[in-house]
Ligand binder design. Structure first.
Ligand SMILES: NC(=O)c1ccc[n+]([C@@H]2O[C@H](COP(=O)([O-])OP(=O)(O)OC[C@H]3O[C@@H](n4cnc5c(N)ncnc54)[C@H](OP(=O)(O)O)[C@@H]3O)[C@@H](O)[C@H]2O)c1
Length: 287
């Protein structure tokens, strides 16, 4: 019988591609979701669904029943460390063999930012649990320019100065996860996932403008304006604080190194930003 893989975060940017790619590779995929209607719309009948909520410990048992491997994606939540660690304990208890955890770049010994510290605490807990593990530490997602910083009115507003980052496509992150979950040799490994080039926001704006055939410009906003804008948009303060730490790191160019880990695992070069822009061009056109 095919082994069963539980995919968490399966209605999100990374998780939905992990579930789809995995289901083509052979294992029985079970998507752990909060919203079954949303998931059904996304997957059709292709993938089994189970009710799962990190905030509801009672949902862990059924989701993990008979599961050999887990794609563990901690969503952004203020109690990430505690809830994700509780889930890891439950996975250990039921005999899960391998956890592939989506983490974040820089989540090593002393991460310079809060969200990284949370991921590092989860990684540490998984190591100590004795579970088989692989950690995926992606850089900022290219898809953030669709979800978080869309150039709706022809501008991308970010407090990055001339900072650059080696943005990675979430589809590559998902391909790495699917390969790690279906092939041997990845246990105990940590992969830092980046795109093929470091880009500043002015470069990003130029590439998106070229693909969409319209003007898109970078507006380098002061930190205080970025912070106030997010607070006024109703984003909770703990999240705004964490995001401002990320912006400061990027302004300092600290995550512009390029790795070959995507290609090392998948055998294919990482997607470049121009390809990402072409593949999602409808998101960057007007109207
Ligand atoms: N954005 C970046 O640039 C970046 C870079 C590196 C690492 N990361 C890491 O990537 C992760 C986010 O991945 P993503 O962008 O794919 O996320 P996403 O698109 O925001 O999706 C989050 C997923 O988690 C689910 N979820 C939310 N709260 C849940 C809960 N209480 N219980 C169960 N499921 C829940 C969501 O389900 P619903 O559909 O029900 O909401 C959704 O499926 C975070 O760990 C973040 O630190 C992000």
């Amino acid at each position: 019988m095919a082994e069963t893989v539980l995919v968490t975060g399966a209605t999100g940017m990374v998780g939905r591609d992990v579930a789809k790619q995995l289901s083509r590779k052979g294992p029985a995929v079970r998507a752990g979701v909060r919203d079954q209607m949303k998931a059904r719309k996304q997957f059709g009948d292709e993938i089994d669904l189970v009710a799962f909520d990190f905030q509801d410990v009672a949902s862990f048992g059924r989701a993990l029943d008979g599961v050999e491997k887990v794609f563990l994606l901690p969503p952004l939540m203020p109690n990430q460390v505690e809830l994700t660690n509780a889930f890891v304990n439950a996975a250990k208890r039921v005999g899960v063999r391998h956890v592939v955890k989506l983490s974040a770049i820089g989540a090593d010994a002393a991460p310079p930012y809060t969200f990284g510290k949370w991921h590092a605490a989860n990684e540490q807990h998984i190591r100590q649990s004795g579970l088989g593990f692989t950690f995926l530490r992606p850089n900022s997602f290219m898809q953030n320019f669709i979800t978080y910083f869309p150039p709706g009115d022809g501008a991308i507003y970010l407090p990055w100065g001339n900072g650059t980052a080696s943005f990675v496509d979430t589809r590559d992150v998902a391909s790495v996860a699917a390969d790690v979950l279906t092939n041997d040799g990845h246990e105990g490994k940590t992969y830092t996932l980046t795109g093929p080039t470091a880009l500043g926001i002015a470069d990003v704006a130029r590439i998106l403008a070229g693909a969409a055939g319209r003007d898109i410009n970078y507006v380098d906003v002061p930190e205080a304006a970025a912070r106030n804008g997010m607070l006024q948009a109703g984003i909770p303060k703990w999240q705004v604080d964490g995001i401002m730490e990320l912006h400061a790191i990027n302004k300092e160019n600290r995550w512009s190194d390029v790795t070959s880990d995507v290609e090392k695992v998948t055998g294919k070069p990482a997607t470049d930003f121009a390809q990402f822009a072409r593949d999602h061009v409808e998101k960057f056109r007007l109207g």
